[in-house]
Design a protein around this ligand. Sequence first.
Ligand code: ADQ
Length: 755
Amino acid sequence: MLSRSFKLSLRFILPLAILLSLFAYIVVPLMDNLTLRWSVRDLDNRSQLLASTLQLPLREYVQANDRVRIKRLFDSAVQDERLFALGYCDSNGQLRYQTASYPASLGCWNEPADGSKRRSLVRLPRGPVHVAETLIQDDANVLGRLILVHDMSFIERRSAETTKYVLGFFALLAVAISALTLVVSHLSWRGWLAGVKDVLRGQLGRSARAPSAAASPEMDPLIGELRGLLEEYHEERQRSSGESGAADWAPEKLKSLLQQDLAGDEVLVVSNREPYIHDAAADGTVRVRRPASGLVTAVEAVMRACSGTWIAHGAGSADKETVDRNDHVPVPPDNPRYTLRRVWLTKQEEQGYYYGFANEGLWPLCHIAHVRPVFRSSDWAEYVKVNRRFADAVIAEARSDNPVVLVQDYHFALLPRMVREALPKATIITFWHIPWPNSESFGICPWREEILDGMLGSTILGFHTPFHRKNFLDTVDRYLETRIEQEASTISYGGELTQVEDYPISIAWPDYPDIAPVEQCHREIRDYLGVPPDHLLAFGVDRLDYTKGILERFQAVERMLQLHPGMVGHFSLVQIAAPSRSDLEEYMSFEQRVRQLAAAINERYAGAGAPPIILKIEHHEQEDLQRYFRASEVCMVTSLHDGMNLVAKEYLAARDDEGGALVLSQFTGAARELHEALIINPYHIEQGAEALYRGLTMPVSEQRERMRAMRDRVRRFNVYRWAGHMLLDAARLRKREKVMQKIRAHSRGGLRRVG
Ligand code: ADQ
């Protein structure tokens, strides 16, 4: 930076130095001349004064021809430091009396023979002298001339001294102006650079910002132009990304975006859950299973589009048999698009890291579901160890020093920092799939600083909603020494910058060409369940998790039947729940409570036809879920707290007939997007019951109107958009980093040259 400003200053300083030298060259002789003229005038006056003092005695001594007295008079007069010699010429032009110092060559200082004027300044071999004469008269008779010779060597001394001072003055002036120029230009450069950095940074932030206060106002037009260019680029990207709604996000578009903006960059995904699990069946064959997970549903769609490597825990009973010697397996098995790299964990590691710290600690910590988090030091130790293991796998899989790493979820809060330390140039995007609590709630975690520090190894940190994003910024602000730019949503920590953004996750818009029409699904599902064709159905599908509000859903069903007895025997809720984390005490007891409550409600309405709650605690294939979605009048999503909730979006996507109604908890991220749903507070049982009833009895025209709006939004704001936005931001940051590196390299280069 210094070198750049120094170079700029040099362009100004060099001409300045030349100009000042030129001035000095002209001014010094002028000054000399002036001083000489002043001195001559001084000496003229002085000579006159001296002559008038000497006149009287000299006339007397001349008339008396008293040589002794004349000599004495002359000698005492030349005691004067400046008066160098005296001479007296008679009226015949004869030098009659003179002091010993009188220059013989001067004679009577007669007019030059060539007729030119005599000059008072006479150059003698001993140096310059000033000569003046006064007539010595007796009444009207001229007796002779007194010639006074003054030493002028002091003029030369004075001139040399003046020259020295003038030159010194100019040199000082040059140094002062140069120093001032250097400082001002250095400050301006820094300010300008800060302005540029701000503009570049601001481009990724949520709003364009004013130039930095450090930037000088003269640079405003330049910074304004730069911002304009970047905004144009931003708009161009948005247009090409279909943000305006003109074009939809699709796998092809995500793929071309990756080729265009992250050309040649490799993408690595890290998650705990693997997208394909190989299990050994009882008959000895190997079966492939897709896990019930919102994260897998979303990220799998992205990986199909952009290929790369997905690093995950190999948890299936036949996983080890299906990998090669690098623990790689190409997936999807029927049409491989990317590589799955499996990481093996011991039972103890899985217990401590996954069940313990992640699911008994962080999961309840981040969800307000009134389940106490459990923090054990031994779990934490395993969590650190496993994060290190996965980080090592990322580092080993990376083919370049700057891969794009997509870190998934709360299982890997420490991994971003670990990868950053080994691959400082990597672009690390961490997505937190669950809510982020307020700072006070998060503060109970004994390793809160370590977790925040680990996460801030990320280049970009993503949450589902602005609310979770804000909670995170507040938490960091409270527990770490950082600089937070609220407007740009960036955290500056340890010299690194993390962009914190909200990227609402979504689904891939389904394409099931073979799916049966809605009427067929309606009929077949009712046949399968053994209920009459006009039986009303609500549908719920979740992992069996206490945050999903399954108990509250059952209570709402019961209350609806109490409030609307006409529904008894004509309505059932089909609840499909995939067993999840069933090794944990909390989940075991939750399953028990779910089963008990369903049984109790069904018991209460026994004998009234189909049971109000049809509970299936098992995993289902996506196609089966689609049929249930299409067959149900209502889908119930009643989470007590949920990052997003993909089931709500899957239901909307499945209803290409634009029929059905969605009951949606206000505590899901999805509720911030799906305003046309029947939004409820799941803790308010009556509200849930009424919303359910309203959904079951909603006129077709209203169903269509609400469905159309919500379906349109989910179709446009799909998972490719979610991934596309993150990757676009990553691409923009990578470009910005490249610009910064160039600026830094220039500055360093300049500094070396200056040094
Ligand atoms: P989850 O808590 O797993 O995800 P969710 O978003 O509802 O919650 O996704 C569940 C997924 O599993 C859906 O795709 C659903 O179809 C599927 N599923 C559920 N039960 C199933 C079953 N019995 N059989 C088969 N499939 C089943 C976390 C966060 C969410 C966030 C996602 C994505 O908790 O808030 O939306 O990550 O970020």
